[in-house]
Design a protein around this ligand. Structure first.
Ligand code: AMP
Length: 419
């Protein structure tokens, strides 16, 4: 299959050619014809599958017929709502590249920076707007953005938008758009809350499902290190000095965790950047550019800050803290080994995180290979304490069960007596 088989017009094919894309990806092959046929689409596809082009290319083609409108008279015809600023910027970059040989224009708006510059660009007239929900609603309130001319609405990373609490904002945005419009919803995962939300929003949607959990993770070499919590830093330093090479993304659960690890790695001579929600937009963008341009090879991030960001050539993912949601593990390790490349994930598990490993292994339907031979492996004593703890809990549970059954027996007896 070639891009030319997808009925895309010449200006788009020329731009694709310049991007050096050889063939369309699975999500593009499935989604582009549906969007061109003006269907509503629910697609489950992660960042890295080519999903942005899967909606950007057919949107540009659909908008192409009225591209000649004078700039000042342009009305916003396509709206892409994205949960994070970084993702919104990335989407706009792709729209800009693909629309190079058309007269269609796009812009991106997001919070955390001055609104005035954004207002100026919007007033000049654009066809496609990429926005984060909060800033978009601000601009609508100030009557700078009018959504009544929207023909196509895209909700990107819908699962993350719901996780981040944007559900009411999205509902408001939907109401500000005309009822008659095409909606495309993309989500990396499809938990029931997303399915429910999508069903309420989209009528007669076509479903595109591209990646199964298994195929996402099979390309990644996964390794699990059991390690006492206080030794995680030492284990990380040990691996960075002796074993791990290349571009590394380290996940921590909290902002403080990210900052602490950054300090330690900097003190030990590593080049590090960080991403978390408390950092200003400029700092985040700066950190990301340094990592993408290979000025630093280690990026430490929280899940929310890094979600959706496309980082090419990622060799290693370190789960410094294990995620308490198994889907997050799949997302994290799916950031490496993209486009047929090799990738490795290192997961550090302290005793209190063992329950997460059980849940993750259930989700990915396999056991993660354990590396026992490392200087900070759990000592026999710690393992024994852990298994004793388990025994005690089992014992407690069975005692409570016995007590309960004795009680219920007694109550049954009592009942008999009452009769
Ligand atoms: P996305 O999933 O949209 O974040 O895309 C991930 C990366 O894949 C981006 O850097 C795109 O430029 C790139 N990409 C998109 N489509 C293709 C394609 N057909 N062939 C090669 N790379 C692509």
């Amino acid at each position: 299959m070639h891009f030319s088989d997808l009925n895309l017009n010449k200006p788009l094919l020329k731009a694709i050619f310049e991007k050096n894309y050889e063939t369309p990806t699975k999500v593009q092959i499935q989604t582009i014809p549906l969007v061109l046929a003006k269907k509503n689409v629910i697609a489950s596809a992660q960042t890295g599958t080519g999903k942005t082009a899967a909606f950007a290319l057919p949107i540009l083609q659909l908008l192409f017929h009225q591209q000649d409108t004078n700039k000042e008279q342009k009305k916003i015809r396509a709206l892409i709502v994205s949960p994070t600023r970084e993702l919104a910027v990335q989407i706009n970059e792709e729209f800009t590249d693909y629309s190079k040989y058309t007269k269609l224009s796009s812009t991106v708006v997001y919070g955390g920076i001055s609104i005035d510059a954004q207002k100026k660009v919007l007033k000049k007239g654009i066809d496609i707007l990429i926005a984060t929900p909060g800033r978009l609603l601000d601009l609508c309130k100030q009557e700078i953005v009018d959504l009544s001319t929207i023909e196509i609405l895209v909700l990107d990373e819908a699962d993350l938008m719901l996780d981040m609490g944007f559900i009411d904002d999205i509902k408001k945005i939907d109401l500000l758009c005309p009822t008659q419009k095409q909606i495309l919803l993309f989500s990396a995962t499809m938990p029931s809350k997303v399915v429910h939300f999508a069903k309420n929003l989209l009528s007669n949607p076509e479903i595109v499902e591209v990646i199964s959990r298994k195929s996402e993770t099979t390309k990644v070499k996964e390794l699990l290190y059991y390690v006492p919590k206080p030794n995680k830093i030492e284990l990380c330093l040990h691996l960075l000095r002796n074993t791990i090479k290349g571009n590394i993304l380290i996940f921590r659960r909290t902002r403080n965790g990210v900052d602490n690890l950054e300090q330690t790695l900097l003190k030990n001579g590593f080049k590090v950047e960080t991403l978390h929600g408390e950092k200003s937009q400029n700092l985040r963008q700066n950190a990301l550019s340094k990592f993408k341009n290979n000025e630093v090879n280690i990026l430490i991030a929280t899940d929310v800050a890094s979600r959706g960001i496309d980082i090419e050539d990622l060799d290693v993912v370190i789960n410094f803290d294990l995620p308490n949601i198994s889907e997050t593990y799949v997302h994290r390790i799916g950031r490496t080994a993209r486009a047929g490349k090799k990738g490795t994930s290192y997961s550090f598990c302290s005793l209190d995180e063992k329950k997460y490993v059980v849940a993750i292994q259930k989700t990915i339907k396999k056991a993660i290979p354990v590396v026992e031979d490392h200087p900070y492996a759990l000592k026999r004593k710690e393992k024994a304490i852990d298994s004793n703890k388990k025994k005690n809990t089992k014992q407690k549970n069975s005692n409570t069960k016995h007590k309960k059954s004795r009680k219920s027996l007694a109550s049954k007896k009592n009942k008999k007596r009452w009769y």
